[in-house]
Design a binder for this molecule. Sequence first.
Ligand SMILES: *[C@@H]1O[C@H](CO)[C@@H](O)[C@H](O)[C@H]1NC(C)=O
Ligand SMILES: *[C@@H]1O[C@H](CO)[C@@H](O)[C@H](O)[C@H]1NC(C)=O
Ligand SMILES: *[C@@H]1O[C@H](CO)[C@@H](O)[C@H](O)[C@H]1NC(C)=O
Ligand SMILES: *[C@@H]1O[C@H](CO)[C@@H](O)[C@H](O)[C@H]1NC(C)=O
Ligand SMILES: [Zn+2]
Length: 586
Amino acid sequence: MLRPLRSIAIFAACCIAVLSQTTQLDNLVHAVGRITPTCAELGCGREDIGICSCATSCTKWDNCCQDYWTHCTSRHHHFELRDVTLVVTTDIHSWVSGHHQVRHINATLAHAVSLVQQIKTISQKERHDVFFFDNGDINDGTGMSATAQDHVSYLVDIMRNVPYDALNIGNHELYQLDGRGEIEGKPCAIVGMRDTGYIDHWNGKYLTSNVVWADTRKPVGSRYAVITGEFGTNLLVFGFLYNMKDHCDAVIVEDVSSCVNSGWFRDAVDHHSTSVDAVVILAHMDYRDELVDVILTEVRRIVGQKKPVQFLTGHSHIRGSRRLDAFASSFEAGCKLNTVGFVQFDTHTSGAQLDFNLVAVDGNTADLAGFANLSQDDLMTPQGKVIARTIDDVSSSLGLDREVGCSDTWYRNWAPLDQNDSLWALYVKRVLPDTLFVHERQWAIIGTDALTYDIFPGWLTVNDAYTTSPYANFWLRVSNVRGSVLEELEARLDNKTNQEDIGERWRARSNPSPDLPSYVTTGRVDTQIFYELIYCDFDAWTVETELRQIVGKVPESEVYRPRTNTSSVLVSWFQDRTCKDNAVVV
Ligand SMILES: *[C@@H]1O[C@H](CO)[C@@H](O)[C@H](O)[C@H]1NC(C)=O
Ligand SMILES: *[C@@H]1O[C@H](CO)[C@@H](O)[C@H](O)[C@H]1NC(C)=O
Ligand SMILES: *[C@@H]1O[C@H](CO)[C@@H](O)[C@H](O)[C@H]1NC(C)=O
Ligand SMILES: *[C@@H]1O[C@H](CO)[C@@H](O)[C@H](O)[C@H]1NC(C)=O
Ligand SMILES: [Zn+2]
């Protein structure tokens, strides 16, 4: 199993296309990590600025791009009528109720759904079809997700009310959650989605073109769907996932190249090629991924050069688009509801090239309403209101708004460990020892992609804690490890980058701060003494592989304190720390 990479907030990648396709990734990580970028340098979010990436380090949109309001005046878009409109959300990661800290991104899923319905109403007058898609990674990001053992059982109550025409699977639906039987529960989120009836609920529109159940080899959802709009537009829709290696054992992810060369794929494209107006490929992969070209080549071989083909891409959490040929394009619409993506084209054109209108609307209620020429008061539809109510009901039943305790200061995720505002220093020097350790001879190591958002001064809610630490990985321990071994383990892990492990071109470290090591530990060790080593299941493969190389045998690990996890320790630590006159009583 390869080391998984989770929240793919690639700050560096977002800038590649803005600055120059050929600029070295490393230089960018370095440069952007140290300067405070401006929108004049990065762009205004129309193309590639990774709003989510900014939000990881900065806490407000304006922090990322201080000149956003003055420089970016062209971000207001208006909906224009075309024959076909495709609307897409991707990588929602349970961010269904707006970003309270990134104030500009304040739209909820209820607002997004309302906009889609408003656009449908406008389009109906001209008898034009509008379709709505989700491109996967619905979970892992907020308290709505990992408060559930399977990371999805609360979330699906909300998602099943959204009027999607088709949905795709993402890698986050496929991470192993039960340590392959070490702890009780669903092996991965997709099993929860099956067992709650969520997949069946979509009636063949939950698409998994290359993901099958390991036991039956049957597709998890449907391989593809033909969907017909109210005014007769027909689309052939697929749902692909990149060649994910570190998936849970409940499924098999089939190689995309083999898949598009298999009989069912060719038959599907061949059978429907004349009757459909366009082929839509939901693809949970970066918009530049070469697998996009692999799929397109096979589709083109069958449908010819002039059938419109649109890829709706994702996974790298950025905005971007790529023209693939005269009648094909690839469009990635941000993440975490910072973007509602629109793709439009005409089906009745005789030109030598199809004009795709691609618009990324900011997840802001004023921008969403403005896109449909509505006032903010008129945006919300009855179905939007139902979703808003469901979000509220689920949040309150989970107690997500409960104030846990108070934070004395602003802890920054990307701050170097030796600074007093370092979130990572707080986590490994205070939170883990206080909540997890029971004696002196315990030592923990953890990958720095485990935390994703800052902690702000003042009251911290359950949801805030889960936003900062969203993955709720359980803990493992190995007893009797000599300090000298731990020292070497740390040194080895520090030299590792996820990129080596994953070997994927468009994936970089999700926490690309030049000031933080890849792994951090609870402290120095005495090389002569024996310790209990503690790490989380997400890091298990990497930690255990290195350990085996150092000591020459497979370490014996066991689950440690099964009722705690990488998220719950934050809730426990802040519990009962109160705020008094803006000072903290500890
Ligand atoms: C993490 O631990 C908390 C506290 O025990 C629990 O409520 C939550 O469900 C756990 N999350 C997962 C994914 O197991
Ligand atoms: C969202 O932010 C915009 C300004 O960017 C503001 O006009 C609007 O009222 C906010 N919406 C909500 C629901 O707070
Ligand atoms: C919205 O307003 C803009 C600018 O006035 C206009 O160009 C556009 O056609 C309008 N769109 C709709 C759907 O009314
Ligand atoms: C952190 O250090 C800065 C100076 O480097 C100081 O101004 C600030 O008060 C310190 N904050 C805390 C919480 O100790
Ligand atoms: Zn994602």
